[in-house]
Design a protein around this ligand. Structure first.
Ligand code: NAP
Length: 299
């Protein structure tokens, strides 16, 4: 009998890229737990529409499938939304993770949990897997609590940290789509020249999750692109790849954007250890943006 992989938050940006790759590269049955409509018809997909914040609903759907792997992609991943609604951030980024740890333990499933470079303070990124976390905003604090719930549980588990994910088909507008929307209507784009990360093409993240599942790799892994750039440099490259007017991109300081949540300025993730262990190479922004453009235009 083939194994079952449960994906909690299958309608997330990451989930939308992960599901087709898992179907292609594995023979597993995919149990998709989501609030969203599942648009893929496939004999190896089972969809469950449950309220993930209800332990009893979550328990009954997981016990109904008895997966060997649970991948958690649910989060309040908007940094500013976490600051505005701390209660929801706590429920999704911490309480749900604790519930999944309990259910993974009860079913002997391996738990793969996604986290972020924002658990670090941004004073000297990019960060290695064993650097010491020190979050400076509520999103980072809740994500670190979620990580700790997994790590201290002793169950079979993997933490995959990523940053600045971009996708042809995101669940909500990401940085690339925001820049494209502004530039296509000739509106100026204000992008921070002091906010750094290494943007991650979503397929590279999905491939890393698949590799972790296939190899049952445990511990902490870092997934990010090969270019460490400011948001201003990233926005300029987006305009170049999409042949838009680069003079619309204006460099500002992150503080000038008056965002609700404080940003760790030099964040990002060093990935050499993860790439060596998982046998993967993560692409840079030009290559990722060309893939994104090709996917958008072939749709
Ligand atoms: N995107 C990034 O740049 C980034 C950077 C660093 C780390 N991460 C981490 O990577 C993981 C995946 O991120 P992502 O960007 O792919 O996620 P996303 O697109 O923001 O989606 C998160 C998913 O969580 C579920 N969800 C959100 N609010 C909910 C609510 N109130 N009740 C129930 N479910 C809710 C939804 O799943 P359904 O649609 O299936 O219901 C939603 O699609 C997260 O752990 C995030 O913290 C992301």
């Amino acid at each position: 009998m083939s194994k079952t992989i449960t994906i909690i938050g299958a309608g997330s940006t990451t989930g939308l890229a992960l599901v087709p790759i898992l179907l292609q590269e594995t023979s597993a049955t995919l149990h998709l737990v989501t609030r969203s409509k599942v648009n893929i018809e496939h004999s190896r997909i089972v969809a469950s529409h449950v309220n993930v914040t209800s332990l009893s609903e979550l328990k009954s759907t997981i016990l109904g499938q008895l997966p060997s792997v649970i991948v958690n992609l649910v989060a309040t991943s908007s940094v500013d939304a976490c600051e505005a609604d701390k209660e929801t951030a706590q429920v999704l980024n911490v309480t749900l993770v604790k519930d999944l740890v309990r259910l993974a333990r009860a079913t002997d499933a391996h738990l793969v949990h996604l986290s972020t470079d924002y658990i670090f303070n941004g004073e000297r990124g990019p960060y290695a897997e064993n650097d010491t976390p020190a979050p400076i905003n509520y999103y980072g604090k809740t994500k670190l609590s979620g990580e700790n719930a997994v790590i201290t549980s002793g169950i079979s588990s993997t933490i995959i940290r990523t940053n600045v994910v971009y996708s042809p088909f995101p669940s909500r507008p990401d940085f690339v789509h925001s820049v494209l929307k502004s530039a296509e209507t000739n509106s100026p784009v204000r992008a921070a020249s002091d906010l750094y990360g290494n943007p991650t093409y979503v397929d590279d993240l999905a491939e890393a999750i698949v590799r972790v599942i296939e190899t049952a790799a445990q511990g902490i892994y870092h997934v990010g692109g090969s270019d460490y750039v400011s948001r201003y440099q990233f926005a300029t490259k987006i305009a170049e790849v999409f042949k838009l007017d680069t003079s619309l991109i204006h460099a500002v300081q992150a503080a000038d954007l008056q965002l609700p949540a404080k940003r760790p300025l030099r964040a990002g993730l060093s990935t050499s250890t993860t790439e060596a262990v998982l046998g993967l190479r993560f692409r840079g922004i030009e290559s990722g943006l060309i893939c994104l453009r090709n996917s958008l235009f072939s749709k």
